[in-house]
Design a protein around this ligand. Structure first.
Ligand SMILES: Cc1cc2nc3c(=O)[nH]c(=O)nc-3n(C[C@H](O)[C@H](O)[C@H](O)COP(=O)(O)OP(=O)(O)OC[C@H]3O[C@@H](n4cnc5c(N)ncnc54)[C@H](O)[C@@H]3O)c2cc1C
Ligand code: FES
Ligand code: FES
Length: 1362
């Protein structure tokens, strides 16, 4: 292609109002890479690199010269090629406000409404909302959720983010949001009887020492922020679009050529240029959104040497309205199509636009806003993904495609069953391009609907989708033509051709339905090993969709021919209802500080997270945001791709030959014990030496001058293996092979004898799936050698700096005093960064030490997910004896945890699960056995709850099945067996100050449980295809490290001569608000304002020998250490203060300095009365105290698809006297939603060979905005001071996660209602997570009974339950 005069090869664009001129742009650079690494704007974060998390959201503004209009789009910078922003203006979080100048209202609101915990998602959230406001200064709540659909947050549970921005919406301003609608709560402030009353204060002064059971309305608060303090949004204050971009029209018409080392990027501006290019480069990729190509390049290692951006070719971006339909240029973005279709649908009769309505409905669930803003219809068609959302609809509509090549000109093809020829293949020839798509209008006798079922409703790819269209003979109900297209049922979008043929000429009645479903099942068989798994479910969906289609069309026909076709019954109408948007509501309730508490004293007040504002402006620094050192290197890891194999050879030659590669490291560099790590025993190798024991194990590491090179070089390292038997992947495999790290028993009474004597015995089994931490910031580290005495500084995302320090010292063979581990903040940890970070940080230190150069690495999301393990999957087998009245007489539970390939923390996790099998129920005869299974999976590890969720859920499984057996209300069974103060657990710890009954009674009242239960029963009687379930679950959680030694903490307080205080303690800040609480503690003790106190970081050179920030105990132990340090200081200051009682803090500090009084104090705390449990003697006191809570959740399920919605959740949680209600409520909501993910959405799929198949947000679904309960009410139990923790507070990080059981068992209730109607057993097994698949398949009906299942063992499944 000859380059013309107008050819330009310099990239020009604006970032935050500043012009960027880049003469040497590499087309492989994404916008995110450019912002972070070249412009050093690190506010925009990398969370996944695949468009699935929204952390990288920025705004792109485009000026349209033709219409003289400006539009703003939120996009994922991680998928946007920087080359594509030529002539456009990019706005990042840094460009809209800062703490140094002025905050933008969005930043201020999200931060001050407590919508930022770890903060890693916050810049992306801010930019999504900001873009919405730029397009619509007064949006609706529905639009807010639409813009947020592509943003994930793992910490907050979304409620505070929604509440923060609600005031900027139309709904919020007219007050119709339901917020603070807590009349019920206000009416329910009288408590039931309390179980625990006596309180002896030993933990610092309490604001209220005695528990109280009655409250005045004035004692309680419903708000965590003051709405009236927020500034009003003023659109006129926004930065203007750079005039230069308006004036220089040529920026938009230039033919661009950007040549990089491996890839050339063209942006033609005419169709001729485009066709000429395609004629020369027939392997070129045409890119618009780059949302497919970007993912292929990054995750499938594809290299496309020629990229052609087609967005400036008018013929391919235009829209033509024709009499027959609408012709969309192939490069029209989905957002632009959405906008046009909304208009068309509004202005045409319904029957004409049925296809467009179906497309609009489908686009609602098509990815997130950021993707739709840049992805094009042509990309969706041409990629030919078998689960494309548009292709089934376009095929059903028989859209016509115009293809075009330089040589042969245009040709038209219809999108029918001949268009796709194989997996991601179609009939378009290599030199052709897709020019346009013509979508015809529908006629009066024609109906077209689309269907999609995904793991998560919002922003998820389909499991199965469909487009179905029927045309009737004129004015009749006889089928003239029917087109049924399905995605997810074959390697391409397919049609049920035989069904389509057989149904012609048939009346639209129940016999057609019957024939149609049987034929579809024959037309769309799925082999049992088909990729994607879920075989029976996918087949069930294909016919369930047809059933819905049949019903919907019948409804339409009834309106036209009421005499011929019966109307739909109400329940049939509900069966076909599309998901209805319900604006989120919430209410909060907590106890205000006593009226006498000084305004200076922050304890008990909803103080904002100390970093929130910096997080919302992008100023907060995470490890990968740290400035680069001049000679810094980046690490690329070489992982095992076998689960159990001998390493025959490692060949790094090719990698080392690459220019810029500086070294290769493997087990040869770490002889003997230096290569070993492990928390309890040193059974893990840093680099695999002789054999590999899981896929994803580290074998070697390349260090190179930058990240892309390091990644490419790592792929050049060749490893030869020889497989070893046996391969143990699942827990069942481990049980079969007796592959255990250890087994333990707890017993109380005589469980066997009691069982034999029990009037009833039930036994069962439940499998609880694992969970990926999915912290938003992946494991990130920077090792900086100091160049002398073996000193090394490591900046790390570790929750356990001392552990990192010790193992780095061991690997480098130096004393621990040479290693400093520093942690400023962590973008979420949830336990996953306690021990599993060692395998990432230590290799960096080794390379840094050998090469004497800093080495950095931030794991990519897929690496992190494959390498670092997660929550242990558990298998629980149980037997329970009970009386007719529902009293439990004997409980026997065997717990098997899939620990993976090294012990890590599995023994401790199993132990905690064993302690938790009683949940809140008393039983005199208990036998619990725990087994830690050794398998060839990546080592599973600590995860919020640490075994307690698994123990608790198994217990609740027993309760629900027992109740179903007795046909007794589960609540009655729960209440009969519930613990009281003074009861003893099965491990003989006395339960003191038991508040579970109070939480329970309060939550039932708050939730209006009894009347809503009746309403749900009534709903279920009236609805066959939708059912509701309501479940209340109480919980107990033992607080403290079960290993007594860990219950200690240190703090260091320095006061400088200006009176400012630098506080350090042993805990790390990972979003949980620990630093905020510690500052509050210091402020109360020192009686100085919080803004005089600063925490800079956690480091091993300030507070040594720290315990991990884990076990929910960080505030308890570090808070007491801070209190201790501050009290020591105060004691020293006493004589000074006595001399000058009216002086200020600053006066006293100056005097103290002059009098040579030390202004630095170390504090220490060890939790009294704790004793590690001894399995031999069955003695110990593993917990400091217990936390209690209760929740009620109501769900609705779609019995035909398995889809579910959380309608409402009410929580009452005992957090003692809250140190900070905003932080505590944030923890409750965040933990609850994480638990909801665990129990309903998040499913890890492993291949039978041990490969994790779900390695990113596209396949592994954590809850999004739409997955939170539409009404979410949280109350903190009042009048429950806890003498065993600082200022009478209680731990909160983990316990509320257990409350998600209420959502799971509500789903089970709803399924039970279906099964009851169908005459099936009410006692049934439901494993976790209750995914759409499990829900649908448990709702057995006339459709599922037609589906045969393959005999297990007769085929190799795509994935296995581990
Ligand atoms: C996070 C995320 C979520 C997603 N969610 C969904 C979803 O819910 N449903 C769904 O169906 N898809 C989804 N996708 C897939 C993807 O976004 C869509 O397929 C999108 O429509 C692709 O458009 P694009 O412009 O980005 O394609 P690009 O990546 O730019 O191009 C894709 C392919 O199409 C070819 N191509 C593009 N235009 C032409 C043309 N005119 N002529 C010839 N070839 C052409 C390119 O050569 C390339 O091979 C998702 C992707 C991501 C990353
Ligand atoms: S980093 Fe871009 S969407 Fe996750
Ligand atoms: S605050 Fe959202 S991910 Fe941590």
């Amino acid at each position: 292609m000859p380059e013309t005069d107008e050819t330009n090869s310099t990239l020009i664009f604006f970032v935050n109002g500043k012009k960027v001129v880049e003469p040497c742009v590499d087309p492989e650079w994404t916008l995110l890479y450019y912002l972070r690494n070249i412009l050093r704007l690190t506010g925009t974060k990398l969370g996944c690199g695949e468009g699935g998390c929204g952390a990288c959201t920025v705004m792109i503004s485009k000026y349209n010269h033709t219409s003289d209009s400006l539009r703003h789009y939120s996009v994922n910078a991680c998928l946007t090629p920087v080359a594509s922003v030529h002539g456009q203006a990019v706005t990042t979080v840094e460009g809209i406000g800062s703490t140094k100048t002025r905050l933008h209202v969005v930043q201020e609101r999200i931060a001050k409404a407590h919508g930022s915990q770890c903060g890693f998602c916050t810049p992306g959230m801010v930019m999504s909302m900001y873009t919405l406001l730029r397009n619509n200064p007064l949006p609706s709540m529905a639009q807010v959720e639409e813009y947020f659909a592509g943003n994930l947050c793992r910490c907050t549970g979304y409620r505070p983010i929604i509440d923060g921005v609600r005031g900027l919406t139309f709904d919020g301003q007219k007050g119709g949001c339901g917020k603070l609608d807590c009349c019920k709560l206000r009416n329910s402030i009288q408590h039931g009887a309390t179980n625990g009353v006596s309180v002896d204060v030993m933990n610092g002064t309490s604001s209220k020492d005695e528990p109280s059971t009655t409250y005045e309305e004035t004692d309680i608060s419903h708000a965590l922020h003051v709405e009236s303090e927020f500034r009003i949004y003023d659109p006129s204050q926004e930065v203007i679009f750079p005039p230069e971009l308006k004036v220089h029209q040529e920026l938009h018409t230039q033919f661009l050529v950007f040549k990089g080392p491996r890839v050339t990027y063209y942006r033609p501006s005419s169709l001729k240029q485009l066709l000429d290019l395609k004629a020369v480069h027939d392997d070129a990729k045409i890119i618009v959104g780059n949302t497919e190509v970007g993912v292929e390049v990054r995750f499938k290692n594809q290299l496309y040497p020629v990229l052609i951006n087609s967005t400036k070719v008018s013929e391919i971006t235009s829209v033509t309205m024709k009499d027959s339909g609408i012709e969309f240029g192939a490069s029209c973005t989905l957002t632009s199509i959405e906008e046009i279709l909304q208009d068309v649908v509004k202005n045409h009769p319904d029957h004409r636009t049925r296809v467009f309505t179906a497309i609009l409905e489908m686009l609602k669930w098509f990815s997130g806003k950021q993707i739709r803003n840049c992805a094009a219809i042509g990309g969706n068609i041409m990629t030919g993904s078998p689960i494309s959302d548009l292709n089934p609809l376009l095929m059903a509509a028989e859209a016509t495609l115009t293809l075009c090549s330089k040589e042969r000109g245009e040709r038209q093809v219809v999108m029918n069953h001949r268009f796709f020829t194989g997996y991601r293949k179609n009939i378009v020839l290599p030199d052709e391009i897709l020019l346009s798509v013509h979508i015809p209008y529908t006629q009066e006798d024609e109906y077209l609907y689309g269907y999609k079922q995904a793991r998560r409703r919002d922003d998820d790819i389909a499991i199965v989708n469909a487009g179905m269209r029927v045309i009737f003979e004129a004015k009749s109900t006889v089928v003239k033509r029917i087109v049924l297209a399905f995605g997810g049922m074959a390697p391409t979008t397919v049609m049920a051709l035989n069904t389509m043929k057989e149904l012609i000429g048939k009346q639209w009645n129940s016999s057609l339905l019957e024939t149609g479903t049987s034929l579809i099942l024959k037309d769309l068989p799925l082999p049992p090993s088909a990729p994607g798994g879920m075989i029976e479910y996918r087949r069930a969906l294909s016919v369930s969709f047809f059933f819905k289609f049949y019903m919907t069309v019948r409804g339409g026909l009834n309106q036209r021919f009421p005499d011929l076709v019966d109307p739909l019954t109400e329940e049939e109408q509900r069966a076909i209802q599309v998901h209805e948007y319900r604006p989120p509501k919430s209410s909060l309730l907590y106890q205000k500080v006593p009226s006498g508490q000084t305004s200076l004293d922050p304890i008990g007040r909803p103080m904002t997270h100390t970093s929130a504002l910096k997080q919302a402006t992008g100023e907060a620094i995470y490890v990968d945001d740290m400035p680069h050192f001049e000679n810094e290197l980046y690490a690329g890891f070489v992982y095992s791709n076998r689960a159990h194999a001998k390493i025959i050879s490692i060949d790094e030659t090719d990698a080392l030959l690459m220019d810029g590669v500086e070294g290769f490291f493997c087990a040869r560099d770490l002889p003997g014990e230096r290569n070993k790590i492990g928390v309890e025993i040193h059974d893990e190798e840093i680099f695999a030496s002789e054999k590999v024991i899981c896929v994803g194990q580290l074998i070697g590491m390349v260090v190179a001058k930058n990240k892309p090179l390091a990644k490419r070089a790592a792929k050049q390292v060749k490893v030869q293996y020889e497989d070893i038997k046996p391969l143990i992947i699942t827990t069942q495999d481990a049980i079969r092979e007796k592959s255990y790290y250890g087994q333990w028993t707890i017993h109380k009474g005589d469980a066997e004898l009691a069982l034999q004597n029990s009037p009833h015995i039930l036994e069962g089994e439940i499998h609880l799936g694992g969970q990926e931490h999915f912290y938003m910031e992946t494991s990130s580290h920077l090792a900086v050698p100091k160049g002398e005495s073996g000193e090394m500084e490591i900046f790390s995302t570790t929750q356990h700096p001392s552990l990192t320090q010790n193992f780095v010292a061991k690997a480098l063979d130096v004393p621990a005093n040479r290693i400093i581990c520093r942690v400023k903040r962590i973008g979420g940890g949830f336990g996953g960064k306690t021990s599993r970070v060692l395998g990432v940080s230590i290799p960096l230190c080794v390379a840094a030490s050998v090469l004497n150069r800093p080495v950095r690495k931030m794991l990519d999301r897929d690496e992190d997910m494959q390498m670092t393990g997660g929550r242990h999957p558990f298998l629980g087998r149980w037997r329970v004896g009970f009386t007719r009245e529902g009293f439990i007489t004997s409980l026997q539970v065997d717990l098997y945890a899939n620990g993976g390939c090294t012990l890590d923390l599995t023994a401790a996790v199993v132990e905690k699960a064993m302690f938790a099998v009683d949940n809140v129920y008393k039983c005199e005869n208990v036998l619990v056995k725990g087994f830690a299974c050794r398998t060839n999976l990546p080592s599973n590890t600590a995860f919020r709850g640490f075994g307690v969720p698994q123990g608790t859920y198994i217990c609740e499984d027993i309760i629900t099945r027992l109740s179903a057996f007795l046909k007794m209300d589960t609540n009655v069974v729960r209440e009969k067996n519930m613990y009281m103060t003074g009861d003893k657990t099965h491990y003989n710890q006395i339960i003191e100050r038991c508040t579970v009954r109070r939480c329970w009674d309060e939550v039932l009242e708050q939730a209006d449980y009894t009347s809503r239960k009746s309403a749900a029963d009534k709903f279920n009687k009236e609805n066959k295809y939708r059912k509701r379930g309501l479940s209340a679950v109480p919980i107990k959680y033992g607080i403290g490290f079960t290993k007594a030694v860990l219950n200690q903490a240190g703090a260091l307080v320095h006061v400088y001569t200006d009176g400012s205080v630098l506080l350090t303690h042993g805990g790390t800040e990972m979003g949980q608000g620990l630093h905020t609480k510690m500052i509050q503690v210091a402020s109360r003790v020192l009686k100085i304002p919080v803004d005089r106190i600063h925490i800079s970081e956690t480091s091993s050179d300030t507070v040594p020998n720290t315990s991990p920030s884990a076990a929910s105990a960080s505030s308890d132990i570090n808070g007491m250490a801070v209190l201790n340090a501050c009290e020591i200081l105060l004691q020293r200051l006493e004589p000074i203060i006595a001399k000058n009682p009216k002086g200020s803090w600053e006066d006293w500090i100056k005097d103290a300095y002059i009098n040579r009084i030390s202004l630095s104090a170390a504090g220490f705390h060890k939790t009294p009365d704790m004793m590690t449990f001894d399995f031999d003697t069955q003695t110990g006191r593993p917990f400091n105290y217990y936390s209690f809570g209760a929740a009620v959740t109501e769900v609705e399920i779609d019995c035909l698809t398995g889809d579910h919605s959380l309608l409402r959740t009410d929580i009452v949680m005992d957090v003692g006297e809250s140190l900070n209600p905003a932080v505590d409520i944030g923890q409750i909501e965040g933990a609850f939603i994480q638990g909801v993910g665990l129990l309903t959405l998040e499913e890890l799929c492993y291949s039978p060979e041990g490969v994790l198949l779900t390695r990113g947000p596209s396949t592994y679904k954590i809850p999004g905005f739409q997955d939170i309960p539409r009404e979410f009410n949280v109350s903190l139990l009042r009048g429950a001071p806890n003498p065993r923790a600082v200022f009478s507070s209680k731990a909160v990080g983990e316990p509320p996660l257990l409350l998600a059981a209420s959502a799971f068992y509500a789903i089970k209730e709803a399924i039970a209602a279906v099964r009851k109607e169908a005459g099936l057993s009410p006692v049934f097994r439901l494993d976790t997570p209750a995914t759409a698949e499990r829900i649908r398949m448990a709702c057995e009906d006339f459709l599922t009974e037609k589906i045969e299942s393959s005999e297990p063992g007769s085929f190799v499944p795509w994935c296995v339950k581990v």
